[in-house]
Write a protein that binds this ligand. Structure first.
Ligand code: 5GP
Ligand code: MN
Length: 339
């Protein structure tokens, strides 16, 4: 984002505008935190702003300030279309290509609004007039903080905005432990706490509100864990039957893939989750060091993300997907053993 871009955006935001803010499908803490932080910032500056998520999000995010004002594109389709058609500006946050919004893609492609992208995923598409893309950033929430800073406006960050931003930095950094957590991240977080983010309370909302069934599902996932030491790889499967058995709810499998990475000497972890309704196997990949799961997912599972965290999917059965995965590993044996 150039100095010229910043002054253009300042001018654009100098008068009240109709603004839509969109995160990716199946929004996570960073997607919800960043869009709502920007929402609160914009309405404070007298804009008319709406967050539209492609679909619903987990219960552990259903406390975030302003969350009750979110429109869901799939279930509130007519109103969502109207807001998109009417928008002067559309901010797209925490994703890099329109297809990441699922069924919202055509509406975004057709919209004549000025697009502003703020995102930290690899290889962003070129759809936005103004692009703030930085793959080294811990989170889109950290970027929204920097965006507000570039606008010279951090003094307007109140406890509500700070809470939203803290949420996404916390979730995307695995509570400040991933390599993407920089000294700047910590400075931002320190400022957010000073501005009123209640760190213990936010952590409690996200991580300490499990249902009994969710923990039982985790037990099932861990008992399905397989380790392939020659490839320093571990993977977990969850079938639709297993999900049903534990009354699966959206978000229940969030973070489970990380258990594979917690094994000594394992640097590549995967989880394969059967989704009968969508007819796909949802794949999450995580890695350590320089082994790029973004590249791995792009090459084999039609997805992408970051070097150490990426998603993807497969159209064949759970068993066939796992077989495909295992058959691919020998060609990465060197890379996996030299990390
Ligand atoms: P998760 O495994 O939690 O679904 O995703 C891990 C990371 O990769 C997240 O930052 C997520 O936004 C991103 N991601 C997931 N699926 C895709 C995809 O298909 N394409 C891209 N570019 N990123 C993805
Ligand atoms: Mn993110």
């Amino acid at each position: 984002m150039t100095q010229q871009d910043i002054s253009d955006i300042k001018e654009l935001l100098a008068h009240p505008k109709k603004i839509v803010i969109v995160p990716h499908k199946n929004p996570d803490g960073d997607a919800i935190g960043s869009t709502l932080a920007l929402y609160h910032y914009l309405i404070k500056h007298n804009h008319s702003a709406t967050v539209i998520t492609p679909n619903d999000y987990p219960n552990f995010l259903k406390w975030v300030p302003g969350e009750d004002m979110i429109l869901k594109f799939d279930s509130q389709n007519k109103e969502s279309h109207a807001r998109i058609e009417d928008a002067d500006i559309i901010f797209t946050l925490d994703f890099n290509a329109f297809h990441r919004t699922g069924q919202m893609e055509p509406a975004l492609t057709e919209s004549k609004a000025i697009k502003i992208l703020i995102d930290h995923h690899q290889e962003p598409d070129d759809y936005a007039k103004y692009m703030f893309s930085d793959v080294s950033m811990s989170s889109t929430c950290e970027m929204v903080y920097h965006f507000i800073h570039m606008l010279g406006d951090t003094s307007t960050i109140n406890a509500t905005i700070a809470t939203c931003l803290y949420l996404g930095i916390m979730t995307d950094t695995g509570s400040f432990r991933f390599k993407s957590t920089s000294s700047t991240t910590h400075k931002v977080v320190a400022d957010l706490i000073e501005k009123g983010a209640d760190n213990a309370n936010i952590h409690n909302h996200v991580y300490d509100t499990n249902s009994f069934e969710r923990l039982q599902l985790l037990g099932c996932a861990l008992s399905n864990l397989k380790v392939l030491p020659e490839y320093r790889t571990a993977y977990i499967t969850l079938s639709q039957d297993e999900l049903n058995q534990f009354n699966y709810k959206k978000g229940d499998t969030e973070g489970v893939v990380n258990y594979g990475l917690s094994l000594d000497n394992i640097i590549f972890a995967a989880i394969f989750i059967e989704d009968k309704a969508e007819g796909i196997i949802k794949i999450s990949l995580r890695s350590k060091n320089n082994f790029s799961v973004n590249a791995f997912s792009r090459a084999h599972f039609g997805g992408g993300g970051h070097i150490n965290a990426a998603g993807g999917k497969s159209d064949v059965s759970l068993t066939d997907t796992v077989e495909k995965f295992i058959n691919i590993l020998p060609s990465y044996k060197n890379a996996l053993n030299h990390e």
